[in-house]
Design a protein around this ligand. Structure first.
Ligand SMILES: [Zn+2]
Length: 594
């Protein structure tokens, strides 16, 4: 604690705080922040948590500390009543726990976890203060007294999330760190930032190409303050009070607070058994530049199918896939392309909860946050009904997730609109089951003029062309079952199959982004009739043979055979390869029935 201020003319023993602050902010690597810190906070990295009861360093200090003494020791340069630099980093101990003070006592004093006892000036002999000090001495707790104003006492209990000026400074400092963190995640092309506040530490992870990568470890306090800052100072929700003990959702929409590449950040927080977790979903705005679906990984045939779907005056087109499978990006490209081709002569309106990506030329309407799931559902359905009255040509509904939104989407299609939406289902054909589960009549769901497109998509990692290796050369390290499955599935193209390399300057761990593997069904009368009759395998076979369909698994296998995807990564996305699945009609796992 050599950094503690030693006022001139005082012996160091009388002023050195004996207790390490829990709130010491050690791990900060950003020099701009460390410079801005009060000297007392520049503690050693990852200092062990020292409790106020720890042994005293010297007898002199003990004697000096154990008695109530004037404030000048630790704060000579700071008259009582000034803003509390310590309050920005130290936390109250006397609000709860073994050093808890009574409500009356708390009006006049506050014990901080850096060993400072704040006492209201003029109340040194107040019976509440005296009795609390006596209690501390019984607990063998050593402290340094500082005289401050009553208001400073009150503020010191308000914690890091209130409106005190010291806290504002803290938020500003943390905002710089938060912005840097988000910018760094952008550079890495991360889709999410995970911040886990644990019992003694904070872990920060990025999700890059769908995998979590550990970025840094910080103190618990650092994490708590980062979360509070991200929520309270950066988000744009109406009630921006961060409550670590509640589940909360928010968003950062203010472009000034975000790197240029981001359109917004979605925030979700929840308490955990040891602390709390916050996940930030980064919404990139650069996808709007390009409109080609083939760039995302769709085949030319699939892109053409989308084109035809977009040209139909009405009908519902539904994209399914798990969270993070790129559905929103696909929708954004389809609608952007439609708007550009029509030179803005059509009215595209979106109903989203919340708006995920900007679509140039579209009217995007977010659904206001509702407190309960039921209210949300009602608000969403009402927003769709409202959108229909706004004279749209095309409506994009962020997600059909309950009966109300499913019915609204169907109604929009029935009244002559083109509808694009997403749903959680395991395959293109499974969308039909899902819509029936949501309460839509099967007769309508299998009406080829109402439901025109069924799409399912996943994302698989794309191999780095610079460091990937032929499978044939890596066989010794691979599971023989996998090698046999690949050989059976791709046949003569086995030699072109490649696996991930060790990573190189061109890539991250051997991969360079992700590519879509998909199935796109344009419904027709026969296909719908088979579905309506409950003959799903026949509908699937008809689609594959007569409509030149390709399942997600077949699409993935194509990419494996072309050396674009590692077969292990492909199997993780679409399941084990089946014999013959590289060939023509072959009902496969993710295409059907799940
Ligand atoms: Zn590489």
């Amino acid at each position: 604690m050599s950094s503690s201020p030693t006022p001139p003319g005082k012996t160091p023993t009388s002023v050195t705080p004996l207790i390490l602050s829990r709130a010491v902010k050690p791990v900060e690597t950003d020099p701009s922040v460390t410079q801005g810190q009060p000297a007392a906070a520049a503690g050693p990295a990852l200092a062990p948590v020292a409790r106020p009861r720890e042994p005293v360093l010297s007898a002199v200090a003990a004697a000096a500390a154990a008695s109530v003494q004037p404030a000048q020791t630790a704060s000579q340069s700071q008259p009582p009543g000034q803003a509390l630099p310590l309050a920005a980093v130290a936390r109250p101990l006397s609000d709860s726990g073994e050093f808890a003070a009574s409500e009356e006592e708390r009006k006049f004093l506050c014990l901080l976890d850096d060993g400072t006892l704040l006492v209201a000036e003029g109340h040194e002999m107040n019976p509440f203060v005296l009795s609390y000090c006596a209690r501390l001495e019984r607990l063998n707790c050593h402290y340094t007294t500082r005289l401050v104003t009553l208001d400073a006492i009150r503020r010191s209990y308000q914690g890091p999330r209130r409106d005190g000026s010291a806290e504002r400074i803290d938020h500003t400092r943390m905002q710089v760190l938060a912005k840097n963190l988000i910018a760094r995640a952008c550079d890495e092309r991360a889709s999410d930032i995970h911040i886990r506040v644990n019992r003694f530490s904070t872990e920060i992870l990025f999700r890059i190409h769908n995998e979590l990568v550990r970025i840094s470890e910080q103190t618990r306090e650092y994490g708590e303050r980062l979360l509070a800052t991200l929520y309270a100072a950066m988000s744009s929700v109406s009630d921006n009070t961060y409550k670590p003990n509640e589940r909360q959702d928010a968003a950062i929409g203010d472009r000034d607070k975000l790197p240029d590449r981001l359109f917004g950040v979605r925030i979700a927080t929840a308490p955990t058994s040891v602390g709390s977790v916050m996940v930030l979903r980064l919404l990139y705005n650069d996808a709007g530049e390009a409109t080609a679906l083939t760039e995302l990984g769709f085949t030319v045939a699939q892109a053409n199918a989308f084109e035809l779907l977009a040209q139909q005056p009405h009908g519902m087109n539904i994209i399914s896939g798990p969270t993070g499978s790129g559905k929103s990006t696909t929708l954004q490209r389809v609608l952007t392309k439609q708007l550009r081709e029509m030179a803005g002569s059509i009215h595209v309106i979106t109903v989203e909860d919340p708006v995920e990506y900007p679509i140039e030329g579209a009217v995007q309407t977010p659904v206001v946050n509702a407190p309960t799931e039921e209210a949300r559902s009602l608000a969403f359905a009402a927003a769709i009904a409202n959108a229909m009255r706004l004279d749209p040509d095309t409506i994009m509904i962020g997600e059909v997730r309950d009966r109300a939104s499913a019915q609204s989407a169907l109604r929009a299609a029935m009244t002559g609109h083109q509808v694009w939406t997403t749903v959680h289902a395991n395959g293109a054909l499974a969308i039909v089951d899902r819509l029936v589960d949501l309460g839509l009549p099967i007769a309508m769901v299998t009406d080829e003029s109402l439901v025109t497109g069924l799409i399912s998509q996943r994302l698989a990692k794309l191999l780095c062309p610079h460091c990937s290796r032929p499978l044939a050369e890596a066989m010794a390290q691979l599971d023989m079952g996998l090698v046999a499955r690949v050989r059976r599935a791709v046949g003569a193209r086995f030699d072109a199959v490649r696996v991930a390399g060790p990573g190189c300057p061109h890539c991250k761990n051997g991969t360079v982004g992700r590519t879509v593997v998909a199935e796109v069904v344009r419904t027709d009368a026969t296909f719908c009739e088979l579905l309506r009759a409950g003959r799903k395998p026949d509908a699937q076979a008809y689609w594959l043979s007569e409509l030149a369909g390709q399942t997600v698994a077949q699409h993935a296998l194509e990419k494996v055979a072309a050396g674009l995807i590692d077969p292990r990564m492909a199997e993780r996305v679409v399941g084990p390869f089946m014999p013959g699945s590289g060939g023509r009609p072959q009902p496969l796992g993710s295409g059907y029935g799940t």
